[in-house]
Design a protein around this ligand. Structure first.
Ligand SMILES: NC(=O)c1ccc[n+]([C@@H]2O[C@H](COP(=O)([O-])OP(=O)(O)OC[C@H]3O[C@@H](n4cnc5c(N)ncnc54)[C@H](O)[C@@H]3O)[C@@H](O)[C@H]2O)c1
Length: 350
């Protein structure tokens, strides 16, 4: 089992984050550092920036700000600061900061040294790992982006100390998905833990390793890495639907809903028995925060821009049962509509 571990970049649990950054700056002979955050993670970013003599740049928190306009504003700020290829860029934030900051760093002067210090559970086990960066194009999720590896990702448990309880629920969605695609022990562990309780460090690391493995064998998502998209065709459609209404659905909540809808799709498509899928699907509602979910017919059309689509068909990585998720499942929009005609998120998630 352990021999199947591939890595794209170091995953570091530093004793002292400030010391690590100072050593990195020296080793890479960096002339300047930028610490990037959002308005909710400034309290973590500013002390680091002060300690390592870095410029601190901030964007307003929220998925709606993961866009090209903010990216351009940040590139302008780099120009004003006379940043060069010897400027190191450090993301201190959740997946939104890592995606947007990674995108900015990967394009400024065709790429400057990048480090992620993820501050949400979701970013520590998923978004900060393995080099995908992105911004949204209007409501369409992650349409513009790059593959750009960070020089390191620092998993610092101190970053999660004041994480709001709902962000623990959100992070657990990707952890549960990693249980479904690879290691059922993650699901067993989450079942026993109260929903709002932060998982132990060893389990955070294990969930991160699952991502590192699947991305490591296929860095540019030509084949195996697609398994990490399990539940995400529906998740991204839902997020796009909410963004188009001027609202935000947290990515983790979208993933919980996506796993449920795609589990149901797998049952209806005959890929798994209802009994087999219910073993894990019935775990999901306790991690979902109450809301009035849109009707299936409303979010279905938003799957049209999924990056896995091919020849007019919608691409899925479908969850069936733990350890057996199926990539490269293609269905026409009409087939999806028929298979999901009796599915309603409000019924399944409450
Ligand atoms: N690149 C990838 O491989 C990948 C994988 C999964 C998700 N993502 C992306 O990641 C994003 C979701 O990430 P997320 O769930 O971390 O969302 P997020 O970054 O928006 O963070 C959620 C909220 O928590 C706040 N926050 C973050 N850390 C905090 C802390 N320590 N204390 C207090 N508040 C804190 C944020 O400001 C925000 O309001 C989405 O944009 C998604 O598309 C990317």
């Amino acid at each position: 089992m352990v021999a199947r571990y591939y890595t794209l970049h170091p995953l570091i649990q530093p004793k002292n984050t400030v010391d690590w950054v100072i050593k990195w700056r020296k080793k890479e002979e960096l002339e300047q550092l930028v610490v990037f955050c959002d308005s909710n993670t400034r309290y973590l970013a500013q002390p680091l920036a002060d300690a390592v003599d870095a410029l601190c740049l901030e964007v307003p928190a929220g998925e709606e700000n993961k866009n090209l306009q903010q990216a351009e504003r940040l590139w302008q700020a780099l120009r004003t600061a006379e940043a060069s290829r010897k400027t190191g860029w450090i993301n201190v934030g959740g997946g939104m900061v890592c995606d947007l900051g990674g995108f900015v760093a990967s394009n400024y002067m065709r790429g400057i040294p990048l480090v992620h210090i993820p501050t949400t559970l979701l970013a520590q086990i998923d978004a900060a790992l393995c080099g995908k960066t992105a911004v949204n194009l209007g409501p369409w999720k992650n349409q513009i982006g790059t593959y750009y590896l960070p020089e390191a990702v620092l998993l610092d448990p101190a970053m999660l100390k004041k994480l709001p309880a709902e962000e623990v629920l959100n992070g657990k969605a990707e952890m549960f998905k990693h249980g479904l695609i690879e290691d059922v022990r993650l699901i067993d562990y989450l079942e026993k833990l109260p929903p709002n309780t932060m998982p132990g460090l060893g389990w955070v690391r294990r969930a991160a390793e699952v991502k590192m493995y699947w991305a490591g064998v296929d860095p540019h998502e030509k084949s195996h890495r697609k398994i990490l998209n399990t539940g995400h065709t529906v998740a991204h459609a839902l997020e796009a639907w909410y963004l188009a209404q001027g609202q935000t659905l947290p990515h983790g909540q979208a993933v919980w809903a996506g796993l449920m809808a795609e589990g149901w799709l797998a049952v209806q498509a005959g890929l798994v028995t209802e009994e087999g899928a219910m073993v894990w699907m019935l775990d999901i509602p306790r991690f979902v925060t109450p809301r009035n979910w849109p009707k299936t017919a409303d979010w279905l059309p938003w799957m049209a821009a999924d990056k896995k689509n091919k020849a007019g068909k919608i691409g899925f990585s479908l969850p069936t049962y733990p350890g057996n998720c199926l990539t490269d499942q293609y269905l026409s929009p009409k087939e999806v509509g028929i298979l999901l005609r009796k599915f309603d998120l409000n019924t399944w998630l409450s």
